[in-house]
Design a protein around this ligand. Sequence first.
Ligand SMILES: Cc1cc2nc3c(=O)[nH]c(=O)nc-3n(C[C@H](O)[C@H](O)[C@H](O)COP(=O)(O)OP(=O)(O)OC[C@H]3O[C@@H](n4cnc5c(N)ncnc54)[C@H](O)[C@@H]3O)c2cc1C
Length: 508
Amino acid sequence: MTDADVVIIGGGHNGLVAASYLARAGRSVVVLEARGQLGGAVAGERTFPGVDARLSRFSYLVSLLPDKIISDLDLDLELRSRTVGSYTPVGDHGLLVERPEGDATRASFAEITGNEREYGAWQRFHADLERFASVVAPTLTEPLPQVGEIRRRVGDELMDALTARPIGDLVTDRFAHDVVRGTVLTDALIGTEADVHDQSLVQNRCFVYHVIGRGTGEWRVPVGGMGAVADALVGSASAAGAELITEVAVTELSREVDHWRAVTADGRSWQAPVVLANCARWTLDRLLGKATAKPAGNQIKINMVLQRLPTLRSGLDPKIAFAGTLHVHQSYRELRAAHQRAMSGQLPAPFPCEVYCHSLTDSSILGPELVKKGWHTLTLFGLHAPANLFDEPGRSIAVEWAVKASIKGFLAEPLYDCIATDANGDPCFELMTPLDIEAELGMPGGHIFHGDLSWPWRDDDQEAETPAERWGVATEHPGLLLCGSSSRRGGAVSGLGGHSAAMAVLDS
Ligand SMILES: Cc1cc2nc3c(=O)[nH]c(=O)nc-3n(C[C@H](O)[C@H](O)[C@H](O)COP(=O)(O)OP(=O)(O)OC[C@H]3O[C@@H](n4cnc5c(N)ncnc54)[C@H](O)[C@@H]3O)c2cc1C
């Protein structure tokens, strides 16, 4: 006697995607979520007491979530384009990339680099990336393609450039300017601690996922914040009949003849022939009693609410500068130096980070009073801050100082003068290190992808006999499938881990 056709460990967004697909197909599904809230890193929260701002507390932008999943699951979701791609302060000037790119972008490249060539190189590079993305993106909702097929369609030259040698080599070949190189290379380092020239190519894999979403690599703003994505998925899964149970941490998983038994911290247990692990692979191993190497995250995240946007030394309107991704100390040389410092056990100085204002594109996350007062949200994501630099979860004064020092150079006034205060008179400022992320979400080591990313395809000689192998969600155990960021194509806010796991179950 079992309790459900499928038990899902974890109610992150991938777990919810799987639950919704399977329940719609008539399977009985139980989702067991450790936290009091569903969605995992896809979450919207009123973080600061008395401040009516629903922040995307963890993840904040969406690129990899395919339209197919949105329409299959009837998700009531709007993803809005930003009007600015990025802005990178350079001395008293800055490199502006509009969306779509126009005359101001061309002029900005010419001003910063002193020539027309670099923008031409930028356009050619992005045309290449779009060609690559247009081949790979449609395969993401299909069984894993073989690498040979991708290579045949992309062409040897581009395939080798992106997947056979370090991305740092390609970018330094294509671009001459330190800032332009860095602006491109940050996509290789978000959630991945590596040098851009690392021979392991772990940074290339990270880069690939950052540029293939929807065949364009565009990162869009979820209207209503990430909480709206979680709400849409919870609504879809519940409407389909999935049972979503919160505050139940699975502590043990064992195989019993023809089914799995998941035991929870409160002593209850659930049995099912199929179990999907939305938790990290490392967590799953622990539930099975197996010790494996723990992943380590490398980022800090800061959530803020501001009474006004700070002015910039460059004089650019902050409504333009903060509307896209504002790169701070992310030039090629600075990124390399920051990695070296992190490897020697020190916080980067200056701290490479990127800053972005959600409420400029979508003010619906703020209550009407705050909109009227001109308040804004601000997100800061800092790189090269590996988990081993921190002793324990909790406020890290050293990081706070490092970030302050890093951002003050491009602002015409202290950011801290712009930060709003909450009902207790405390600044609306929340800083999370990888250890805080682990404590909040159970992501091992605070690794935002549950571990290093894999290529979104399989080798030509890699066997794929079972549906789980074909969809990249197999474990070595029958009836136990990966269903989250640890699955082959699962990293980031994509729903792909959940989609692949559900398809593998339905194909069996
Ligand atoms: C700070 C931060 C910023 C990010 N920014 C972006 C971004 O802007 N865009 C983007 O695409 N990606 C971003 N990411 C990455 C992205 O959010 C994650 O890769 C993705 O959301 C993971 O989804 P998931 O469903 O696979 O896992 P998770 O979101 O980790 O959900 C797993 C769930 O399983 C639960 N769980 C774990 N163990 C157990 C257990 N034993 N029993 C029961 N439940 C358990 C957890 O509580 C959690 O709810 C960011 C991540 C972080 C942390």
